[in-house]
Design a binder for this molecule. Structure first.
Ligand SMILES: Nc1nc2c(c(=O)[nH]1)N[C@H]1C(S)=C(S)[C@@H](COP(=O)(O)OP(=O)(O)OC[C@H]3O[C@@H](n4cnc5c(N)ncnc54)[C@H](O)[C@@H]3O)O[C@H]1N2
Ligand code: MOO
Length: 404
């Protein structure tokens, strides 16, 4: 068996950054910027008001109170979208709406709640003293022309897309979204609700893996179920690497007579078959076929998900340009303890994590810990990492990888 770190380093060695493409903003969320983006204009582009009210000369309001208001002539109205033509002078004011440009001559805004307009709208009583700049958002208050807006290597979020649209960008240069093919292997696998023949089970892995890829921001390609047949697996992998940037398979990587995935990968490409010192997900076949990474994950459903988490996710994230493995790892309290026996492996237990009143994460077993017990994995929100040994006593501290 080899340590987890060594196996992961082997995987990362062959996961290379994907090429740069220019994509519309609507297709960019979750992708990683390849170049720094700067703005060549100020945001906001002009000084504008943060409140509906009256644009005034601040000096006119000195001493104004509810009892002793200052009366000003209203010389016009400035709406958002208008060019702010109204000229304000000492003794006058302009009605103004949130987002409208501060009219020339004015240097402050009094919110409408602090004003008493006359019935005919020709004048207004201001009931509060304001300083110059009151409720004024200066040009460039968010971004100045020439400022960096988004650095290279940043995962684009909803907020970033708004910022980019706000400086007039329609597209952005990012690392391409990986197309990743998923196949399940095994003669026992069938799909759908029909009755099962003796020995058959329904394919679960393809659906979890397709969804994990979706969640990661990859374009997932369903390559179906492939039987335990060397020629069929060879054809499916050849077809997959032609169409995809990476492949994820499940099953056929342990010691059975019909475990052909590792055999085929070995013949087609540069593959390492690893026994990793972890439980679940001990066997892993990873390699490249014509330069395309192929993650040969184990068939047990929990093992395939844990293996995806520990190997495929970091590898694919590297191809996408992300920094780090993309999961938060926290110290948590194992409320009821988490038992295990020494066996030379690190164990990843399926646990439910919740934030406790003591300000720490608390974890509890999410159910049966067998690598076939997918329902407990589905119920888990974290993997508790138990180093080799006797486990953690109730109330002890354990490292937990938060899933999502
Ligand atoms: N003699 C040994 N036997 C096994 C070892 C070992 O070291 N020596 N390792 C065990 C471990 S650990 C794992 S994990 C599994 C991995 O096996 P394979 O990757 O070869 O997977 P299969 O044998 O094809 O299937 C294992 C298990 O999972 C079920 N399965 C497979 N695919 C799916 C699917 N798409 N959906 C739902 N369930 C699936 C399959 O029916 C088997 O029950 O090997 C151990 N054996
Ligand atoms: O990794 Mo197998 O990982 O025990 O099910």
């Amino acid at each position: 068996m080899i340590p987890l770190g060594e196996a992961r380093a082997r995987v990362l060695r062959d996961c290379h950054l994907l090429p740069v493409v220019e994509v519309p903003l609507a297709a960019a969320r979750g992708l990683v910027t390849a170049l720094e983006v700067r703005t060549d204009e100020d945001v906001p582009p002009f000084a504008n008001t943060a409140m509906d009210g009256f644009a005034v000369v601040a000096a006119d309001t000195v001493g104004a109170t509810d009892e002793r208001p200052v009366r000003l002539d209203v010389v016009g109205t400035v709406a958002a979208g208008s060019s702010g033509e109204v000229q304000v002078r000492s003794g006058s004011a302009a009605r103004i709406m949130t987002g409208a440009p501060i009219p020339p001559g004015a240097d402050a805004v009094v919110m409408v709640e602090r004003c008493r307009p006359s019935d005919d709208g020709s004048s207004v009583e201001v009931t509060v003293e304001v300083a110059p700049g009151n409720h004024v958002r200066p040009a460039g208050d968010d971004l100045r022309a020439g400022d960096p807006v988004v650095a290279a290597g940043v995962e684009l979020t909803a907020g970033h897309l708004g910022v980019l649209a706000g400086i007039g960008r329609r597209t952005v240069e990012v690392h391409r979204r990986p197309r990743v093919g998923v196949m399940s292997t095994g003669d026992e696998l069938v799909e759908g609700p029909g009755p099962l023949e003796p020995g058959q089970i329904r394919d679960a892995n393809r659906h979890t893996l397709l969804a994990l890829l979706d969640e990661l921001g990859c374009e997932s390609v369903d390559l179906g179920i492939v039987p335990d047949d060397e020629a069929a697996i060879t054809a499916a992998i050849r077809d997959g690497v032609e169409r995809c940037d990476a492949l994820v398979t499940s099953g056929g990587v342990s010691m059975g007579d019909f475990d052909y995935v590792k055999v085929v990968l070995d013949r087609l490409g540069d593959m390492d078959w690893m026994q990793v010192a972890i439980k679940p997900a001990k066997p892993l076949a990873f390699g490249t076929v014509d330069g395309t990474p192929v993650f040969g994950l184990p068939g047990n459903p929990v093992s395939s998900m844990v293996s995806f988490e520990l190997f495929a996710r970091p590898g694919l994230r590297r191809m996408m340009g992300h920094e780090g493995p993309g999961r938060l790892i926290v110290d948590a309290v194992a409320v009821d303890g988490l038992a295990r026996r020494p066996d030379g492996k690190t164990h990843f237990l399926r646990v439910q994590a919740a934030y406790g009143e003591d300000g720490r994460f608390h974890v509890r077993s999410a159910g049966g810990q067998g690598s076939h017990q997918l329902s407990a994995m589905a119920a888990a929100s974290a993997l508790a990492v138990l180093p080799d040994g006797d486990g953690v006593a109730p109330g002890g501290t354990v490292e937990a990888i938060l899933l999502g």
